[in-house]
Design a protein around this ligand. Structure first.
Ligand SMILES: [Zn+2]
Length: 76
């Protein structure tokens, strides 16, 4: 069984980009994962040190890909 820990309120965390939840920390043996408390399919960091930085990076609201519709090249 894994234990969930709340992240200290003083530590800035981006809300989950999928559902807006504040992340929690899951301890797996001696490793830690920063993850969304609502859904394990939402982003989570790799097991290791508590990597809030990585979580913040991945959940930052940004346009990673500009959704441009590239017109298909017409073979003439
Ligand atoms: Zn989520």
């Amino acid at each position: 069984m894994a234990d969930y820990y709340q992240i200290q309120p003083a530590i800035f965390c981006e809300p989950c980009k999928d559902c807006g939840a504040r992340p929690v920390i899951e301890q797996i043996k001696d490793k830690f994962v920063v993850l969304c408390p609502n859904d394990k399919d939402h982003y989570k960091t790799k097991p290791g040190l508590i990597d809030v930085k990585d979580w913040n990076l991945k959940n930052k609201k940004q346009i990673a890909f500009v959704n441009t519709t590239v017109p298909a090249q017409k073979a003439s």
